[in-house]
Write a protein that binds this ligand. Structure first.
Ligand SMILES: C[S@@+](CC[C@H](N)C(=O)[O-])C[C@H]1O[C@@H](n2cnc3c(N)ncnc32)[C@H](O)[C@@H]1O
Length: 276
């Protein structure tokens, strides 16, 4: 069952959202990408994202991957590790990944780049609605669980820019407008308790706003639920590409769903690839 999309807004996007809460939310989302529920599901959202790359992106080593709205990194560390491990085994050059965000998460990105030499980042804010073309290699723009943040007008502009300036793009969403996924967002509430315990046990602010006043778990849950209500179907993304004067003649589009843990955790994707 689905219903019309609502634009709404998320707490993490509001200008008055405290920076510690924004960072806690982004960090929790990054951990969510690698979460596995064995034996219910032996793979993570991130490993499913790797599958999408392998299925639809030929000649991967000729690309630079630009992570738009990267947050704390999302699936990019896993993508870099898995995809480059395979490329290197085949004697191919590794793919470079570049993290960008309107609120650059410099501290988190520095940690990542120290460990993974094929990941770098742009220090200054990069607005997804005005992404500059970078370098001479082919460019793949990835939008990890963020495309739903944009109004139809902005989303259409983002797609237009990807078609006109880049060589491929992939939109990944872990939410969708159906009852099972909306109900599953309650898992974010409990997952935040685990994240605080494992990674923020030394921070009085995080402990207070997780275990005494559960502001962080509630924010993650509410934003997850709102993300569901904002997420577009593949058809709605296709419709946004239908713009006067936008030449799609060299482009092929693929979309689908990868089940991570049935029936509540799935990865939906919409990929566009330019030939030649
Ligand atoms: C839901 S998070 C996704 C984070 C990350 N991609 C992941 O998968 O965990 C959304 C991110 O989009 C960023 N964002 C929101 N509006 C943006 C814009 N106009 N341009 C670039 N980034 C934006 C926020 O700062 C936040 O880091």
């Amino acid at each position: 069952m689905s219903w019309p999309r609502s634009q709404l807004f998320e707490i993490g996007d509001l200008s008055w959202c405290p920076s510690w809460l924004h960072q806690h939310e982004q960090f929790t989302l990054t951990k969510l990408w690698t979460l596995k529920f064995p034996p219910w599901g032996r793979e993570s959202l991130a490993t499913k994202a790797c599958e999408v790359f392998k299925e639809h992106m030929q000649d991967l080593s000729s690309y630079t991957v630009l992570d738009i709205c990267a947050g704390s990194g999302g699936p990019t560390p896993v993508l870099e590790f898995e995809l480059n491990r395979e490329l290197e085994a085949q004697g191919e050059k590794p793919v470079q990944f570049i993290l960008t965000d309107i609120n650059p998460h410099i501290e988190a990105w520095q940690q990542l780049c120290k460990k993974q030499k094929n990941i770098s980042y742009i220090v200054t804010p990069v607005d997804a609605r005005a992404v500059p073309r970078l370098g001479n290699k082919k460019e793949c723009r990835i939008f990890n669980i963020c495309f739903h943040h944009f109004s139809d007008e902005d989303a259409a502009g983002i797609l237009k820019s990807a078609v006109e300036s880049a060589d491929s793009f992939i939109i990944f969403e872990a939410t969708s407008r159906d009852v099972a996924t909306c109900l599953s967002t309650i898992l974010m509430f409990f997952f935040t308790f685990v994240v605080t315990l494992c990674w923020f046990w030394h921070s009085p602010v995080h402990l207070l706003f997780t275990y005494i006043l559960p502001l962080s778990p509630l924010t993650l849950w509410i934003d997850g639920l709102i993300s569901c209500l904002r997420t577009r179907t593949s058809q709605e993304i296709s419709d946004l590409l239908d713009q006067p004067g936008l030449d799609l003649s060299k482009w092929t589009f693929h979309s689908g769903t990868k089940i991570v843990s049935w029936p509540v955790v799935s990865l939906r994707y919409y990929a566009g690839v330019k030939s030649g």
